[in-house]
Ligand binder design. Structure first.
Ligand code: UDP
Ligand code: MG
Length: 288
């Protein structure tokens, strides 16, 4: 079993995490390793990780991956998975909000259910602000409507996957990764278990803005609906212009001229605008 642990400014947590993990796996009967990724922390996480490595490498296999700067949790997970050697790979946060004991349960579930390739933990209730909960709920509603890939509300990255699923994930060439999408996109059967996130040891590293950008990345990566807006709008405007044009011509034939040229110009503007949008939309489809 490989535990992949992204760490960003976790200097006070890495050792606590190590102890908790070792405790949780005491007498588990299988081999495990830790792959700790320092995602360009600004504090002493890197030094703490090195200390831990030299102190404990005799007892537990540890791999430390150091990033040259902060690339984000997604990149840290990817790098960690690349270095993981286990038949099972677990993604778990360093801040002890996700208890390592749950990983043992996950492994047990996979042992008992060969038909599942992944066990993911989801949060039944979120102990965070109302506002944020609202935005997260709306995000899941929106992305599930717009995308063919299924996104489970509350499902975290906290999960244990079999090697074949890990290889499938690693085979994807995505550069801007949105794991929640990738996990579901590669297929495989996932078993969901509820868990309660522990209290935060320190403040979260995700600002609202960072989360928002992440959400947009998810939508763009897993849905082409925004590109279709131009097609739909363009077709609609063009249609309107044609109808209006006919109305203007009829009006003219029946009632005569009011302000000369006015109707023609408006109809033309509408028509050209509509055609432009339509073409933009078509280009969008190809880019998508
Ligand atoms: N993390 C990371 N890079 C970042 C932000 C976070 O590697 O840019 C790590 C962090 O150290 C932690 C995990 O991702 O292990 C989850 O972060 P956090 O606890 O801040 O998020 P939350 O608990 O709100 O999901
Ligand atoms: Mg956390």
């Amino acid at each position: 079993l490989s535990l992949v642990v992204p760490c960003y400014n976790e200097q006070d947590n890495v050792r606590a995490f190590y102890d908790a993990a070792v405790n949780a796996f005491l007498g588990c009967g299988y081999e495990y390793e830790l792959v700790m990724v320092n995602d360009g922390s600004r504090d002493n996480t890197g030094i703490e990780l090195k200390k831990l490595f030299y102190e404990k490498r005799e007892e537990t296999p540890i791999t430390i991956v150091q990033f040259s700067r902060n690339f984000g949790k997604e990149a840290a997970i990817l790098a960690g998975m690349k270095h993981a050697k286990g038949d099972l790979v677990t993604l778990i946060d360093a801040d002890l909000q996700q208890r390592p004991e749950i990983v043992r349960e996950m492994v047990q579930i996979l042992d008992e259910h060969p038909e599942y390739d992944c066990v993911a933990a989801f949060q039944k209730e979120r102990n965070e602000g109302r506002g944020l909960s609202f935005f997260k709920r709306e995000f899941y509603r929106l992305i599930n409507q717009m995308s063919e890939v299924e996104f489970v509300n509350g499902a975290s990255d906290f999960r244990t996957c079999r090697r074949k699923m890990v290889d499938a994930i690693l085979s994807m060439p995505e550069y801007h990764r949105f794991s929640k999408g990738i996990f579901s996109w590669v297929g495989f059967d996932t078993y969901y278990i509820p868990y309660v996130a522990e209290e935060r040891h320190a403040k979260t590293k995700w600002s609202f803005w960072k989360l928002f950008k992440y959400a947009v990345e998810g939508i763009i990566g897993y849905s082409t609906a925004p590109l279709k807006i131009a097609t739909v709008l363009g077709s609609f405007t063009s249609l309107l212009a044609v109808i209006y044009f006919i109305v203007v011509v009829l009006q003219r034939l029946i009632c005569g001229v009011d302000v000369p040229g006015y109707a023609t110009i408006v109809a033309l503007i509408l028509l050209i605008g509509g055609i432009q949008l339509l073409i933009l939309g078509i280009m969008g489809e190809y880019i998508a």
